[in-house]
Design a protein around this ligand. Structure first.
Ligand code: NDP
Length: 323
């Protein structure tokens, strides 16, 4: 019997239940995967608490890596034993064995471990979308990265530095600040108090070209005040709660700012876009330009503790769940 984490109601980490599930043979276009490592993401928390709409009961989890166990009819290019990883817009990664659409599965190069792939695909493809497409950072650009010691944050900082950006990271503690400095951030601010004034001082009054803000409600308005004219406000998460509505004139009076609320899955909807972005991600992981920092490891049965730690800001870098 296979095992999966499921929720039957929205609520705290206690609603996460480990259940026995039946996984059959793969159908046309499907693979059966024996998972070796699963990624934990803040989006899993939003889904658990009901911030993002979910039909109940539901599985949870969007990314994992493992070994192909069986290949369904009309699947080309995969064989049992292949090492693979995936990120999906639908849930169900919190499990030991599962079926997957082969079209969305990525073969892993030898240079990328299962654990690194499982904990960096969703986060790394998000970083790719934000830095390469949402606002294309250029050499010498100042940028602000919130939650810079988090899973997405650590990848963003390293990749942005590689692209030549000058990074101001924002974190919640001195210990996290040290880690982000080591990744190449030029400045790291502990806490977001007086954010705009501190960012203006660091950039000689100029402001930054883009703010990557995943904290949401608590930091949105101060983040807007950090931008230079025509700067780009990228609000891409709600760790402190969703951002309330704002009037377009708020953007005008700060210098004709651009505002966007990107979602990774819109950027990788086309399989060709997924494969192209993943190839770029695997290249920077394989060459060591971006290193995955796995700060915590939990067993699948202890998923409630993993959620509690992520929500309480006790984690750094990525978190791996072992089935
Ligand atoms: P993180 O590892 O970054 O964890 C969240 C971090 O946010 C915390 O460690 C904490 O860092 C910071 N934070 C600040 N305020 C709060 C608060 N009130 N409650 C909790 N955390 C807070 O998570 P992920 O890497 O999984 O995700 C990072 C963000 O990116 C999330 O907001 C997520 O929703 C978003 N995201 C968006 C995607 C998209 O497509 N739009 C895709 C992937 C992720 P500190 O203590 O240093 O402040």
């Amino acid at each position: 019997m296979a095992q999966a984490i499921r929720i039957h109601e929205h609520g705290g980490p206690e609603v996460l239940r480990l259940e026995a599930v039946t996984v059959g043979d793969p159908g046309p276009g499907e693979l059966r995967l024996r998972q070796t490592a699963i990624g934990l993401n803040f989006i899993d928390v939003y889904q658990r608490i009901g911030l993002y709409p979910t039909t109940l009961p539901s599985g949870l989890g969007r990314e994992a890596a493992g070994v192909v166990e069986a290949v369904g009819p009309r699947v080309e290019g995969f064989a049992p034993g292949d090492r693979v990883a995936y990120v999906l817009a639908t849930s169900g990664a919190y499990s030991d064995v599962r079926l997957l659409p082969a079209e969305r599965v990525l073969k892993l190069p030898d240079t990328v471990s299962d654990r690194d792939a499982a904990t960096s695909l969703l986060k790394g493809l998000t970083a790719h979308a934000l830095l390469r497409r949402t606002y294309k950072v250029r050499k010498g650009d100042w940028i602000v990265v919130h939650a810079a010691a988090g899973g997405v944050g650590m990848i963003l900082v390293q990749w942005a530095r590689h692209l030549g950006a000058r990074v101001i990271g924002v974190v919640g503690s001195e210990q996290k600040a040290g880690q982000v400095r080591e990744l190449g951030a030029e400045h790291v601010l502990v806490g977001a108090e007086d954010l705009a004034a501190r960012v203006r001082a660091l950039t000689r009054g100029k402001g930054v070209a883009a703010v990557y803000d995943s904290v949401g409600k608590d930091t949105f308005m101060p983040s807007l005040d950090c931008l230079q004219p025509l700067g780009v406000m990228v609000t891409f998460g709600n760790a402190s709660g969703p951002v309330p509505a704002i009037a377009p004139l708020e953007l005008a009076r700060r210098g004709s700012l651009f505002l966007t609320r990107p979602i990774l899955f819109d950027y990788i909807k086309k399989t060709a876009d997924l494969r192209k972005a993943a190839a770029e991600l695997f290249a920077v992981l394989g060459s060591g330009i971006v290193k995955v920092h796995i700060g915590q490891t939990y067993r699948l049965a202890d998923i409630a503790a993993a959620h509690a730690d992520l929500e309480a800001r006790r984690t750094t870098g990525s978190t791996v769940i072992l089935p």
